[in-house]
Design a protein around this ligand. Structure first.
Ligand code: ADP
Length: 480
């Protein structure tokens, strides 16, 4: 089966969050099952080597203000269709934000162009390859189902849209619709319009044949006003087309047994070397760790969603209990500042690196005892999955994919040897504080902690369960 992925990021080439990991991993998991995926994404500067090595398969004389071409390349086990349009993508810095941390002013053109190019591939194919199905990811790909619908072709492939995070919706002034020739009868409250604006994500949700999101719990949460962020009504209307398929992780990249970043490798069976990794994290962050109190870590965007303001509130308690904390992240200036001053106040006990550092994130997964994920909402979350795989027990808010992937250390679960971490709810500072205390108590009982680590490290977190679910859905949708 031939499937076209449409996305704005893809690991290991370009990544700002979990979307990239998933877009980079799913095609590789689908290939052995007989699916043939091509992934179309913008040719940002990071992809220049792949563009240089690839083959030009299509040229656009003008795509929103300049010439563009599609370059096919095979790299890192993926089939890429790179949209090379220097006037849109050849710029330094973040793929979404300018130097002032504002969205690039032409993001509607940058990702609209991606959707237009993807629609051309979907309808006419390139180099003799035409997809049977299009799988669009997040708002940046949201116009594709609408543009395909507008083409009104009987041979058009069917479409699936996956919501990786509904907080990002791609809203633009209504006049933007003219750039894409969206007719008035589709620019309605039931269609592409969101309170007078053009909604890229909304267009996808309204016109895709099926909608998925990245965990079963988030699929249910999205139907409620507090999680649906204004799109819950539309999702309720389409709830029979909505399902949650849990994310997995790339087991080759995230493997403590082979991870080249770790100073010493370890496995579920032989974990002694995790101590060496712990020492390496402690030394990197300037922390004085103790054998009987846990080293917590955070690897995250520092934003309101991630609930890290709650962690700042309970940090004195964490330190008082003998816990240590290593934080890697970047984002809101207030949170960056908050963690930096906490590192000064609790020198040797709290360490912070502001920035994005893939290698350091691997080291921290290897060397920490527990990973904190106190998100207010979390579609799936990946860092807790890496934590499970590395025996770094997740301490998580009970929401979205966090609720689906971590088994709380209740008395019953501990007895049944199914516990893999700590969950808390409601999501507030008080209950996060209690969860940290429970974690410290559990850590103080080495037998219990070791048993949990063993269960966590043996939990299946790859794509073995979820990749076939995508394939089943593709077959169901394409067969209609
Ligand atoms: P989200 O997509 O909402 O940011 P996820 O947990 O789904 O959250 O995915 C985040 C991904 O980004 C993970 O792979 C995580 O390891 C990575 N990550 C987040 N912040 C950093 C950072 N500062 N440095 C390195 N990796 C990071």
């Amino acid at each position: 089966m031939k499937i076209l992925f449409v996305a704005s990021e893809c690991a290991p080439f370009v990544k700002t969050g979990g979307l990239a990991d998933v877009v980079g991993a799913v095609p590789k998991a689908l290939e052995p099952l007989g699916a043939e995926v091509q992934t179309i994404l913008p040719a940002y500067p990071a992809l220049a080597p792949q563009v240089a090595d690839g083959d030009v398969v299509h040229e656009f004389a003008d795509l929103f203000g300049g010439p563009a071409r599609l370059v096919a390349a095979r790299a890192e086990g993926l089939n890429l269709l790179l949209l090379d349009a220097p006037h849109l993508y050849d710029r330094a810095g973040s793929i979404y934000l300018n130097d002032s941390d504002q969205d690039w002013e032409d993001n509607h053109l940058r990702f609209g162009a991606l959707c237009v190019a993807a629609t051309m591939v979907a309808l006419d194919g390139v180099a003799g390859w035409k997809p049977q199905l299009v799988h669009a990811h997040d708002w940046q790909a949201g116009l594709v189902p609408l543009l395909i619908k507008m083409a009104d072709r009987s041979d058009a492939p069917r479409t699936i849209l996956t919501i990786h995070n509904i907080a990002f919706q791609g809203l633009f002034p209504w006049t933007t619709k003219n750039l894409f020739n969206i007719p008035d009868h589709l620019f309605t409250h039931e269609g592409a319009e969101y309170y007078g604006q053009l909604g890229f994500l909304k267009s996808g949700l309204a016109f895709a044949d099926k909608i998925t999101t990245v965990s079963p719990t988030y699929a249910r949460e999205l139907l409620t006003p507090s999680f649906g962020m204004g799109l819950d009504g539309l999702l309720q209307a389409r709830q029979h087309d909505l399902s949650g398929i849990l994310n997995g992780i790339d087991l080759d990249i995230w493997n403590p047994q082979t991870d080249p970043v770790l100073p010493a490798n370890y496995s579920a069976r032989n974990r002694v070397n995790k101590r060496k990794c712990r020492d390496a994290v402690a030394s990197h962050f300037g922390l004085s760790v103790e054998p009987d109190t846990p080293l917590f870590c955070v690897i995250s965007r520092l934003t309101e969603q991630k609930g890290l303001d709650l962690l700042l509130q309970v940090l004195p308690n964490l330190v008082e209990r003998g816990g240590r904390l290593a934080v890697l992240g970047s984002g809101s200036p207030e949170l960056e500042q908050g963690f930096q001053s906490a590192a000064e106040t609790f020198a040797g006990k709290v360490g912070v690196v502001i920035g994005y550092d893939e290698a350091l994130s691997h080291l921290m997964q290897g060397g920490s005892d527990a990973i904190l994920v106190p998100s207010r909402f979390e579609p799936c979350g990946l860092t807790q999955l890496y934590g499970l795989r590395y025996g770094t027990l997740p301490v998580v808010a009970q929401t979205g994919g966090l609720a689906d992937t971590v088994v709380d250390a209740t008395k019953e679960n501990l007895k049944a040897k199914t516990a893999t971490g700590v969950q808390f709810s409601p999501i507030d500072a008080h209950h996060l504080g209690r969860a940290i205390e429970r974690t410290c108590d559990l850590f103080a009982k080495p037998k219990v902690w070791k048993a949990m680590m063993g269960t966590a490290m043996r939990t299946p977190v790859g794509w073995a369960d979820s990749a076939p679910k995508y394939l089943d859905l593709y077959r169901e949708v394409a067969a209609v």
